[in-house]
Design a protein around this ligand. Structure first.
Ligand code: ZN
Length: 363
């Protein structure tokens, strides 16, 4: 009888542990997306996915050297758990290489991927696989991608991978696309090909040679890219870590372009919805939605609920120091409540990946 009770207890304990286990992590970053930008979505739609997150927090976005961060330092804090100087990507304030969330995921046997609406070598995605003290060096970040273990990279910017002699921007005469192919990557340059090609291994999609057009002109949504990335990454039994960025929210906030901000927020939200749909079915996926910083000092002014034509007001054409929201869903999501700095946000993500690794070993 005692044996049976003990056995039952063990089964129960195993179930609880299994439920708590974070197999996959999807980090969605709205570049420049402050709380008022997210409000545009949850004010107009009572079924907005943002209402589905049981845990929310606030992230303080200051960088190591400035009150107001840029995307490089903001993303590096999230991707490495360390604050750095503005402009620095995946390196500390003294230029030392920092270990990234993707590199920890790799140690745990997980696949990694990114889906962005900027160049793949832009500051935010770059901070997850690259290490350079000047975010402008996208050609260096292209080599870092080649040397990384990233499995799936969907975005744009093939010109940083192609030598100037062949129409690209590289001055070292290397063709990183050929080198990626030699390493076993499938390279595609069109969305149609991306959809129709069943590749479950390594994949890089350059959907434009430079930057992608804005949401309405892209011909696909960030939700589409997110769904595709999940589909490709979800074949690894150890799980995956995926970073998704709504890169252009920031760009139109810099322009104080209200219509385009709406469109980019809608596009980003399609990715949030897609990630949540997967996580709800999967049961072992943690979804985190946050931003690297706020842009525009945006505020929602006069308008109405039925016609989401709110008047937006801005205090600046730059970034601000406003704290940004953190939404969390799934196993481990309770770790993300409270007010904390962006490096702490990164540390909490890394801790969950490392815990998972220990659990695998214990089994
Ligand atoms: Zn910006």
């Amino acid at each position: 009888m005692i044996g049976r009770t003990a056995a039952l207890f063990l089964v129960l304990l195993t179930c609880l542990t299994a439920q708590d286990k974070v197999k996959n992590i999807i980090i969605l970053i709205g570049d420049g997306m402050g709380l008022n930008a997210v409000s545009l979505e949850f004010l107009k739609d009572q079924n907005s996915p943002y209402y589905s997150f049981p845990f929310t927090g606030l992230s303080v976005t200051t960088s190591a050297d400035k009150l107001i961060t840029d995307s490089a330092a903001g993303a590096t804090a999230i991707s490495t758990g360390t604050k750095t100087k503005n402009g620095y990507v995946g390196v500390g304030p003294s230029g030392t290489r920092l270990k990234t969330v993707f590199e920890y995921a790799d140690d745990a046997g997980k696949s990694t991927g990114l889906a962005v609406t900027s160049t793949i070598t832009h500051a935010t995605p770059g901070a997850f696989f690259g290490h350079v003290s000047d975010r402008g060096k996208q050609d260096v970040l292209a080599v870092d991608l080649l040397n990384s273990s990233v499995d799936v990279a969907l975005g744009s910017g093939s010109s940083y991978f192609i030598p100037a002699s062949a129409g690209g921007r590289r001055t070292d005469n290397r063709n990183i696309i050929s080198e990626l192919r030699a390493k076993g990557y499938y390279i595609t340059t069109t969305y149609a090909d991306l959809v129709s090609t069943e590749v479950n291994d390594k994949l890089v999609a350059f959907l434009d040679s430079v930057e992608l057009p804005s949401a309405k002109e892209r011909g696909f949504s960030l939700g589409d890219l997110t769904g595709m990335a999940i589909h490709k990454l979800n074949t690894n039994k150890n799980g995956f870590v995926l970073m998704v960025e709504g890169s252009q929210i920031d760009w139109y906030a810099h322009d104080n372009d209200t219509v385009k901000i709406f469109q980019e927020m809608e596009d980003f939200t399609s990715a949030v919805r897609r990630a949540l749909e997967f996580a709800k079915k999967d049961g072992r996926t943690l979804v985190i939605v946050t931003a690297d910083h706020e842009t525009g000092g945006l505020a929602v002014n006069k308008g109405n609920f039925t016609d989401p034509a709110y008047t937006l007001r801005y205090t600046t054409k730059s970034h601000t120091a406003g704290a940004v929201p953190v939404f969390a869903f799934g196993p481990g999501s309770s770790n993300f409540t409270g007010l904390y700095h962006n490096d702490e946000l990164g540390k909490r993500i890394i801790r969950l990946i490392k815990t998972e690794k220990l659990k695998i070993k214990n089994y």
